[in-house]
Design a protein around this ligand. Structure first.
Ligand code: KG4
Length: 335
């Protein structure tokens, strides 16, 4: 069973070939970071235009790396949403056209399910039920996954996503885009407890998140420092900001597991590539006897292998897409 996965929800054009449900034959990702870098964030119109240029060569490369041809494809699985409509439409239209031409089924998947299931791309796979923390540039959410098709949304951000906070703080510090890797690199050189930035715990027992107050606190600190002596200790700001983000993500995820009486946690999304998050989550999970499943760092960010896997599971449960299906910008998964 060969599945072609296609992902164009945001700023990466990706195509992957999955054999059965456990062997990734190829997973090609064409990043648009250099295109959006000068703007300090993603410019939707530039993103969709670049997807148009890349989709055909990226799929061709996925086939050639997997050493298969179009005729071997038995299912086309594609991200249907959430994301930027212009970007989604490129992959979605390509997938429909290809499935029509090859006379094979196509299936649209919610991008979030890709991240929730990305731990299944590793050797040591989780059993259901588990708690999934999905942290990316567009989302921060906690889900309970009870099966391949069975999710409950437990909490989500009320304002900025964690990755968005990284990107905005990096922009205000003049560190470029994307913010996550560069803040993490500077943070390693700084003292995480040197500056007291706020943690938004919200109401007692809440599993929602909020990062906009933290971003404002960093901005105020930088403005004050500039007015005082013009100097900003970038490493201390990055380390302290990162600690504030990571502490809340870890505490709330463990709280979700305890509230639901579950002892398995899965991470997914671009921010789950963060070393400090992975380290703190690992140590807190082992203290609490919780088993932690971390996707390899290259499977944390947007990629088509997770979309191929998620689509295959939908297909195996009897679902199938229609040429009348359309893309969506917001996810209602598990609500
Ligand atoms: O899941 P993802 O690839 O897609 C989007 O949501 O677009 O996540 C991208 C986000 C960006 O905000 C980026 O700054 C963040 O993930 N990110 C990181 C790291 N690597 C990427 N954040 C923190 N630490 C990292 N190492």
């Amino acid at each position: 069973m060969i599945t072609l996965g296609i992902e164009t929800s945001c700023d990466d054009t990706s195509a992957a070939i999955l054999e059965n449900d456990d062997t990734i034959l190829s997973n090609i990702i064409s990043s648009q970071d250099t295109i959006h870098k000068p703007f300090g964030g993603i410019v939707p119109e530039l993103a969709s235009r670049r997807h148009m240029e890349c989709i055909t060569p990226v799929v061709d490369q996925a086939l050639s790396e997997a050493k298969i041809s179009f005729d071997d494809i038995k299912l086309v699985s594609v991200t249907q949403g959430p994301g930027l409509i212009g970007s989604l439409l490129v992959g979605f239209s390509y997938a429909k056209a290809l499935s029509y031409t090859l006379a094979v089924p196509f299936i649209g998947v919610d991008h979030m399910t890709g991240h929730i299931l990305s731990a299944f791309l590793e050797k040591n796979v989780p059993a259901f039920p588990y708690i999934a923390l999905i942290v990316s540039g567009g989302t921060t959410a906690l889900y309970q996954a009870d099966g391949f098709m069975d999710y409950k949304l437990l909490g989500r951000t009320r304002d900025d996503a964690a990755g968005e906070a990284y990107d905005k703080v990096a922009r205000l510090l003049g560190l470029g885009y994307p913010g996550g890797p560069v803040i993490s690199a500077h943070g390693e050189k700084g003292n995480p407890s040197s500056l007291k930035f706020p943690r938004a715990w919200l109401e007692e027992g809440s599993l929602d998140f909020s990062f906009s107050g933290l971003k404002t606190a960093v901005m105020n600190h930088c403005n004050k420092s500039r007015m005082k002596d013009g100097l900003i200790d970038i490493s201390s700001v990055c380390a302290s900001f990162q600690e504030a983000v990571v502490e809340v993500l870890v505490e709330k995820t463990i709280a979700a597991a305890k509230q639901k009486g579950l002892d398995r946690i899965v991470l997914g999304g671009g921010v789950s590539a963060n070393e400090r998050l992975r380290k703190l989550m690992s140590s807190k999970c082992s203290e609490d006897g919780i088993e932690l499943f971390l996707p390899a760092q290259e499977n944390c960010t947007d990629n088509a292998a997770m979309i191929a896997f998620s689509g295959l599971k939908r297909f195996q449960s009897g679902m199938i897409g229609s040429l009348d299906d359309d893309v969506f910008s917001r996810s209602h998964l598990g609500q």
